[in-house]
Design a protein. Structure first.
Length: 215
């Protein structure tokens, strides 16, 4: 019986590093604008790191750094007020909050610096020091945290609009943190409202918050 032989196919070496020769292949390794993914390759143009932060985002971050440092200043003033009132548990708690606000500012500073942004330490105004009562001081702390949450949310919206994915990831932590900050500040106002006219119970509350300062 006659059997037809199948012609042998020559193997063609595949160079994975070769530049694509057709437009359809080129589209698979370029972005929508037609430039190579990851920046310009070759030629005389400069390569921009995808992680570098835009000028507008850097300005917004500097304002947030200012807010966090201003909060630290405000919590120092609150700590001194509670010290004058002999409420030393709340004094220590507010002092710890001042340290936390400084650490928040440092997180933003580190992120901005790592991404080649210019850190600008903006002016901080003197904090409020004239409180009419412990309740007045507690309401001030709650307003501080609400204002900070609003700024964090606006910064996140800005990062989304700018497609700044690294900053969005960082801000997830701050958004979660602000939920906790608003929770305890609201709780403090509610408790002081209940005990404000009962000095003995207010001292018990102060002792309770001293324990929180250690955690």
């Amino acid at each position: 019986m006659y059997r037809k032989e199948t012609p042998k196919q020559e193997s063609i070496p595949l160079d994975l590093c070769a530049e694509p020769s057709s437009k359809s292949a080129l589209d698979t390794w370029t972005n929508d604008g037609g430039s190579p993914v990851g920046g310009q390759i070759g030629g005389h143009g400069s390569i921009q790191r995808s992680g570098e932060i835009s000028k507008n985002m850097a300005d917004a971050m500097n304002r947030q750094i200012q807010q966090e440092q201003s909060n630290a200043h405000a919590y120092h003033a609150l700590s001194l007020y509670f010290r004058e009132q002999n409420l030393h548990g709340l004094e220590r708690f507010m002092s710890r909050q001042a340290e936390e606000e400084c650490s928040h500012a440092d997180k933003f500073i580190g992120h901005l610096s790592d991404r080649k942004g210019r850190v600008e330490l903006l002016a901080i105004h003197a904090p409020r020091t004239d409180f009419n009562s412990p309740l007045d001081a507690a309401k001030h702390t709650m307003q501080l945290e609400i204002s900070t949450s609003q700024m964090i949310h606006r910064l996140y919206d800005h990062a989304c609009n700018d497609r700044d994915y690294p900053l969005q990831v960082l801000l997830h932590w701050f958004i979660t943190e602000q939920v906790e900050e608003e929770r305890w500040s609201d709780e403090l106002v509610s408790l002081i409202e209940r005990f404000n006219d009962h000095p003995a119970q207010l001292l018990t509350l102060d002792h309770l918050w001293a324990g929180r300062a250690k955690t």
